[in-house]
Design a protein around this ligand. Sequence first.
Ligand SMILES: C[S@@+](CC[C@H](N)C(=O)[O-])C[C@H]1O[C@@H](n2cnc3c(N)ncnc32)[C@H](O)[C@@H]1O
Length: 421
Amino acid sequence: MIWQRADCFREINDRILEGGSLLCGDALSMDLTHFFGQVQCVYLDPPGETGVRFECKMRVGETGWVNSRQAVWLPAYADMSGRGGTSRGDFLRALLDLSHELLHETGSVFLHTDFRTSARDRLLMDEVFGADNFRNEIVWGYQTGGRSKRCFSRMHDTILFYARSPAHFFDLGGVPVKRKESRSNHLKRLVDERGRSYRSIKTGGKVYVYYDDEPVYPDDVWSDVSQLQQKDPQRTGYPGQKPQALLDRIILSTTRPGDLVADLTCGSGTALASAAANDRRFLGVDSSACAFSVCRKRLDDYRMVCQSPLSQSGAMLDASVLPGIGYYTVTLNALTLPEEELKDFRREPADLRLRGLDGVDQWYAGLMSNGVFVAYASSLRSKGNPGIARSLEVPLLRGTVAVMVMDVLGRRTLWTGSSAV
Ligand SMILES: C[S@@+](CC[C@H](N)C(=O)[O-])C[C@H]1O[C@@H](n2cnc3c(N)ncnc32)[C@H](O)[C@@H]1O
């Protein structure tokens, strides 16, 4: 079978579980008017102001996924420098204006920031959402990070929470937390006449009673959510990835099942993964091809519309198609990436050579029809599944058999077989 490069303006990941939309591009240049007024929660975690250029370690081939010793480092994104170049303030202001348009009257917005930018960010949030709609300055305290001798160690991020209007939806009952034993140790422990244990304290002439079996709710200091550990199974390798527990709390307290959650700088897709896992729909945007690749893999269990530029790399595909009863079997034999396309990337080992399907990080088999590629089956490398399936099945429906490959350089190529149905 002869495979030719194809173009598509949209990709649909055909799955039963409802997901949403994943778009690769500059959030400020994208036409999101279709979503205006539809979003219940916007979470933003934009680049900071450290000036650092972040890379993402992409494991290569089965060996890379088994022992991590075969990899390429891809550019992920760059923080802004705070000196010259595009101003983070201008970028953020435009992002907040867009978020304001996206939000439903009852919606909320959360801006993840840090000690470098939080004061200026708060003033911008006041301008766009109104100081009256300020709800919380959440302190996310964690235990990891550098120790300082010149000042107190900086061990928290700030998350600014604003409502779109006074009619915003908020459900504290959706996010109960474990009771902090250490905090109530000084209280008197008692048991009431029905056998319920409680702690009690008398202060200022009033008696306060806390039943052990009553749920407790978070305040604005979140120190019970830890940073991702080095070996955390959630880790995708994408820089700046936040723990899902943090996003679960944000999403569960401000949305209902079926609501739309948007993240316009979605990175590895933590907010989208949290939305999907909690039966909410998502809208994810990121300008980094590497972020798209990571998110595409992370959200593969969900039905979603994807848009991302296709690469014109010199890669060559060797695959075959066998019609069966009710489906095609598509077999991937090899993907050849030209050596010169690899040489600009930091590699481990430095003389890394790709063989067979080493260059494939994810592949999808499906059908092309009217410029839309529908992916019916996929194979994705992961720690639990380091190999790649050679064959995938596609239902015998109208359209041209097509293969989408996400390679280890984060590029996306689409190919159609020569026989149309
Ligand atoms: C700190 S990371 C987000 C991490 C994310 N919260 C997670 O848990 O993985 C910031 C992201 O903003 C993205 N970004 C920067 N400028 C952008 C733009 N103009 N449009 C969309 N995304 C952008 C970067 O590519 C990067 O992935």
